[in-house]
Design a protein around this ligand. Sequence first.
Ligand code: F6R
Length: 348
Amino acid sequence: GKSGYDHFMLKEIHEQPRSLRQCLRGRVSELDGTVDLDVDVDPDGVQFVACGTSYHAALCGVSLFHEAGIPAQAFLASEYATSPPPVDGDLVIGVTQSGETADTLSALREAKRRGAETLAVTNVVGSSVSRECDQTLYIRAGPEIGVAATKTFSSQVLALALLVLSGTGASRQDVAALRDLPGNVQQVLDESNAEDIARAYDGSDAYFFIGRGLQYPVSLEGALKFKEISYEHAEGFAAGELKHGPLALVTENTPVFAAVTGDDLLARKTIGNVKEVEARDAPVVVVTDGQNDAARYADHVLEVPVSDDRTAAILANVQLQLVAYHAAALLDRSIDKPRNLAKSVTVE
Ligand code: F6R
């Protein structure tokens, strides 16, 4: 059942501290920082294939592998076979919650035909993807009933972070960030003002989401969640791309959500993009950990606890999940079963 929540989606959003703990359980040694996942990979390069929310997790995976010095690319599974890249010893990773998505399965089959090693990152034990790939990494999020993927996105990103750390080893700070993640998500859930913000911007013309680095896929995911359950127009952009076109869409009736955490060059550049939006009189909502001064340029703030850049992306995404949920609830949408959508898409 829904355990007292109005929708499975809200229940599953609130399950994230537990599902993340489950993903970590027994896999990280606090003593020496080794990460053991029961998979044996040591790739020179990585290609991800995935769809929808899982593709956004894969884009996070690209950044995570790049941080570790390993070349990585993410492909929309439905496009992979159209113009297949050379495999060249790359590990091909299929990211799929259900393990049954036809586009992802056929991209993996194409990769196999080209001689690639394949790894499944999935939630479902015994799924088609786990039977067809050479190895499987389970994200252990538990069953997800709501059509909109929520807890499984967080667990996919965490599992990919662990996969990278299983090769490099985890530093003391890495171990601390992983250990603190479930509690930090709980804090976001307990203190979020997402409902007030959804109410403040109910009836807007469109909703835009921007971010860079790991917060770029988070902005794509924030927009996907918003559009699929509210049926309102929502788009995510790389913060730096706004000025190359999308800025023409920005008005006083299009709130812009900017995820900007940390206090590095990345954050400062995104704040520059926030100022561009503010100068066009668009309402600005920043998702921030307060380490930068983004809040100065914002009409509203969604706070997340201070953490490292990897876990900050997961935390910011939880706030955007809640915004999407409350916006859709205000519109009385069919949140757990949005029109025209299915939980697992078994046709190409
Ligand atoms: C969005 C959503 C879809 C799925 C996509 C891939 O909330 O749920 O975009 O992420 O259909 O599904 P899986 O991960 O099962 O391959």
